[in-house]
Design a binder for this molecule. Sequence first.
Ligand code: CTP
Ligand code: MG
Length: 234
Amino acid sequence: MADKIVAILLAAGRGTRMNSTVKKQFMELNGKPLLYYSLHAFQQSEVDEVILVTDTEDMEYCKKDIIEQYGFTKVTKMVQGGNERYRSVLEGLKVCDNCDYVLIHDSARPFLTQTLIHDVIDGVKRHRAVLPAVPTKDTVKVVNAHGEVENTPARTSIYLAQTPQAFAKEEIMRANAKMIAKPIPGLKVTDDAMIIENYGNCPVHVVMGDYDNIKVTTQSDVPLAMKILERRKF
Ligand code: CTP
Ligand code: MG
């Protein structure tokens, strides 16, 4: 039987750094909410199902004005997110039944391509844990609490992490369970690959990301997002 692939799409954040009246996942970009673009990408892809993680208060809007409006038939479940990103992921994983591989994606990254989704799926089938990333173009400095440079890591080894990150379902479940049972003090989990890095049983493999696959985080990202969208002609 073919492997079942589920995408967990995160849209339960507050968007504090965006400082907008509408939550950033619902901000309109060329007449469509940001969330539309990742749903559209997964709908076109080899992903079988999408679990949408969002606030209960936004579910009706997501259902009527996005999922039904644009015919996103792959969305099978909507679940309430948590206070932190990793908690939202856990809520999604809890309802992810009978699946072999999960892709975890930030709806704040609207420009994931079919190539990227395909590469990530291809990678996870071979490596069990996969992260799309791009080499940094800038020199990176490690700066201490006094605002002084500690060191400069070799640029060739610095990559910027993106989503969708993909995992064998049992691998990410096991690592999450380990994290909950015995959290490493002071460790702030900012992506899912970190959970495998710290609590998993396999290395996280890197596949080439896409420089256009930006995370829309602050107001200054909006004009850039518009430019990418124009180029893509959605
Ligand atoms: N996210 C989530 N649940 C949370 C926090 C974040 O589902 N408790 C989602 C966001 O909706 C977003 C993605 O995770 O699509 C990446 O997070 P980020 O860009 O940090 O978005 P926000 O947390 O919403 O923004 P901010 O950190 O500025 O408040
Ligand atoms: Mg956040």
